[in-house]
Design a protein around this ligand. Structure first.
Ligand SMILES: NC(=O)c1ccc[n+]([C@@H]2O[C@H](COP(=O)([O-])OP(=O)(O)OC[C@H]3O[C@@H](n4cnc5c(N)ncnc54)[C@H](O)[C@@H]3O)[C@@H](O)[C@H]2O)c1
Length: 437
């Protein structure tokens, strides 16, 4: 057995700070309470239901992940958050319309107790939204300090031992890295100057990282994915992860595409369209927010199929992604994919996928896993970008000069090998020659 990583104890109370109490956050919080009460099983959560093989296949050692690494339990979580609407979490869950009334009624008192703090918000970055529950302050630095004030009060009031923050707010308009994003000093100067290059999500990310709190971004906007905040995360021993939860159509894409490539089947075209009627769909109906999402969704195929290595198979792929806002469907998205394949001797084939999914039902277990794994990473002394959590994201954060890994199965292997590494177990290479010696 190799050296294990020292990991602090998992006990204590953990504050979960959610930016945006919309469909994803409320489905996550209500779900955790339902699980605690034994109303429903935690389906979709690797930390709760996943196992991990240890040693050789002949050893028969496959413990649950939560028994293998010292993870906190969902019972230890205490929730709070910010939103531009002042509805309590029960009302917000009713508006989101994901969970049935019967489920929400069971956890109503716990949800009603969560009232969002006023948000850091500027319509410049999310054009289709406006709400009354918003902080005022002379500078973005002052707004970050107000966020830190909320966090410290929450920590003291609930006697919390540790915290994790997850951005579950709306997708902000498309932005690229600016000069002000390059160093911590430049970023802090820009916060003081109210510079337009600092969207609301960056103010929260700055506040969290400054406070030493692990941070993940469930949406595709830049937020913590800039050199300044990655540097601050390293300096302050903060693990960070992002961006854009891998649910729905992109999840299926990253399951199917590696399979086609493994068998060297060519792809000429991949057309993805879907209808979505929740508030997320409404925000994404704005072309500037959609551009952020589109970039995130489109990059996946390039990295998985590697057209530069396989020009004959993937050099001419036409990849189109559409999202149509269609209110009658609410959170129950319907996606269609048409894939134009090419086989032996160039013969064409087609694959059609019609996925009737529920966006937030797919997202909620990922939020739970991210909270528990980021808390683990923090206790294990891991800081900066947590590439092993790429498994959960459409646009995984990665070190400069490195391409991101999008293949779901490689991502899962990376995640599990990281857990084996933490506990001093042999990494699994799948070579397996020893079985035939
Ligand atoms: N549902 C999924 O499967 C999924 C998958 C990947 C990514 N996402 C992303 O996760 C985010 C949340 O999705 P959702 O379905 O819950 O959306 P939602 O619209 O239901 O919830 C977002 C909430 O964030 C609030 N908000 C917006 N800006 C804010 C700010 N600056 N501060 C505080 N609150 C703010 C909004 O008022 C809203 O209540 C979106 O960006 C979405 O694109 C969702």
């Amino acid at each position: 057995m190799k050296n294990r990583v020292d990991i602090g104890p998992a006990d204590g109370r953990i504050g979960v700070l959610l930016v945006g109490l919309g469909a994803v956050s409320t489905t996550f919080i209500a779900g955790v309470h339902a699980i605690r009460r034994g109303i429903a099983p935690p389906i979709g959560s690797l930390t709760q239901m996943g196992t991990i093989r240890l040693g050789k296949r002949t050893e028969g050692r496959s413990p649950l992940i939560k028994d293998f690494v010292p993870l906190a339990s969902p019972d230890q979580l205490v929730f709070a958050g910010w939103d531009i609407f002042d509805d309590n979490c029960y009302e917000a869950a009713r508006t989101a319309g994901v969970l049935e009334h019967s489920v929400l009624a069971e956890v109503r008192p716990e949800l009603e107790a969560i009232r969002p703090w006023p948000a850091v918000f500027d319509r410049r970055y999310v054009k289709r939204l406006d709400g009354p529950n918003v902080k005022r302050g002379p500078t973005k630095r002052d707004l970050a300090d107000q966020v830190i004030g909320d966090i410290r009060r929450f920590k003291a009031e609930h006697r919390l031992d540790r915290l994790v923050m997850i951005w579950c707010g709306s997708t902000e308009v498309f932005m690229t890295e600016a000069e002000t994003h390059q160093t911590v000093e430049a970023l802090e100067g820009a916060l003081e100057e109210n510079d337009a290059s600092i969207p609301s999500s960056m103010v929260y990310a700055y506040a969290a990282i400054k406070e030493g709190i692990p941070y993940a971004n469930a949406a595709p906007n830049l937020s913590a994915d800039i050199p300044a905040l990655i540097e601050l995360a390293s300096r302050n021993d903060v693990p960070i992860a992002g961006k854009d939860l891998k649910t729905g159509q992109t999840l299926i894409k990253t399951i199917i595409a590696p399979g086609l490539k493994a068998r060297l089947l060519g792809v000429n075209g991949w057309y993805s369209t879907n209808i979505l009627g929740n508030r997320d769909g409404e925000v994404l109906d704005d072309p500037e927010s959609f551009k952020t999402k589109e970039e995130s969704k489109k990059s996946v195929l390039d990295y998985i199929l590697q057209p530069s290595l396989y020009p004959d198979l993937y050099g001419n792929i036409c990849h189109v992604v559409r999202i149509n806002y269609y209110p009658p469907r609410g959170d129950n998205k319907e996606g269609w994919d048409n894939i134009d394949l090419v086989g032996w001797l160039g013969y064409p084939m087609q694959l059609k996928i019609n996925f009737l999914c529920r966006d937030s039902i797919l997202a909620a277990p990922i939020v739970l896993d991210l909270v528990l794994f980021l808390d683990l990473a923090k206790r294990a002394g891991m800081s900066g970008i947590q590439e092993w959590l790429s498994f959960y994201f459409k646009s995984p954060m990665h070190a400069p000069g490195l391409y991101p890994e999008h293949d779901l199965f490689i991502q899962l292997m990376k995640l599990k090998n990281t857990l084996r590494f933490m506990r001093g177990e042999e990494l699994i290479t799948h070579l397996g020659l020893e079985y035939y010696d």
